[in-house]
Design a protein around this ligand. Structure first.
Ligand SMILES: [Zn+2]
Length: 268
């Protein structure tokens, strides 16, 4: 048993659902250290060559994460219940921030954290309009050449992403119920358009004041860069002078067949 429970703020939701930006926003607070996806640490593609930390170093060469890995090594082969709290304690100790912000699109991992006695879990469930999630994913698939086999392949993909979005809401919704006061649902649209209001319930849950951050980001001032963020949207994470912006490209750009696919798939 550790002296004190590790305090984890889990930012959960769908991929392409605004979890990276939410993590960066919460990490603006001096008591929260925004990390990437720590599930499977130090594996899970975190320290592969191409991955860059928000400090500018290759994740593999970042001194902060090197030190975390060094301190974590004696525990990394232990059972999850023992090693997970250790990892969060190490990150918190080294960063000097009491809360560690982690991101997950995996409800199983969230449940695992919830069931770990030495972890004090706070859930921030980000929910975005499903059309925005689907359009952001499809746009990326097209860009990386994943959708090159025509109409039916694309429709199947739209249906799959739509159903996954719906499933995430249901699964993380169940966790919200289990966690009660230690969970809050935040709409991505509100977070981007009115961060002050969106952050208040998060602040109440964590006992932290987000008003200055909400006002600053709401007025279009740039983010303070996250010190050592290693996972999540790579463009956002490594770019300088990011400002909060609501991405509603789907409203004008999403083609009709994709919309129809979404509407049908998300009904079930
Ligand atoms: Zn770094």
């Amino acid at each position: 048993m550790l002296m004190q429970k590790a305090k984890v703020v889990l930012i959960a939701g769908s991929g392409h659902g605004g979890t990276t930006i939410a993590n960066m926003i919460l990490g603006q607070h001096p008591h929260i250290f925004a990390t990437g996806k720590l599930r499977d640490f130090p594996h899970g593609g975190l320290f592969i060559k191409e991955n860059v930390c928000s400090c500018g170093a290759a994740a593999d060469a970042c001194p902060f994460w090197q030190e975390v890995r060094l301190r974590y090594r004696p525990f990394q082969d232990k059972a999850d219940q023992e090693k997970l709290p250790r990892l969060f304690h190490i990150v918190s100790e080294l960063s000097g921030r009491p809360f560690t912000g982690d991101v997950s699109h995996n409800a199983g991992y969230a449940r695992q954290l919830l069931q770990t006695p030495d972890i004090d879990l706070y859930l921030v469930h980000i929910v975005r309009d499903g059309r925005g999630v689907v359009w952001s994913r499809i746009r990326k698939d097209v860009r990386i050449g994943r959708l090159n086999k025509g109409f039916w392949q694309r429709l199947k993909r739209v249906i799959k992403v739509s159903r996954r979005w719906k499933w995430h809401i249901r699964e993380f919704g169940k966790l919200e119920q289990q966690l009660g006061d230690q969970s809050v649902r935040v709409r991505y649209e509100t977070l981007c358009q009115d961060p002050l209001s969106a952050l208040r319930p998060v602040g109440r849950m964590l006992g932290l004041d987000f008003d200055a951050i909400g006002k600053q980001l709401g007025s279009g001032q740039p983010f303070m860069p996250a010190p050592h963020l290693i996972r999540g949207n790579a463009v956002l994470r490594t770019k300088k002078d990011v400002v909060l912006k609501y991405d509603e490209a789907f409203r004008k750009d999403m083609p009709l067949p994709d919309r129809i696919g979404f509407h049908i798939a998300s009904r079930f």
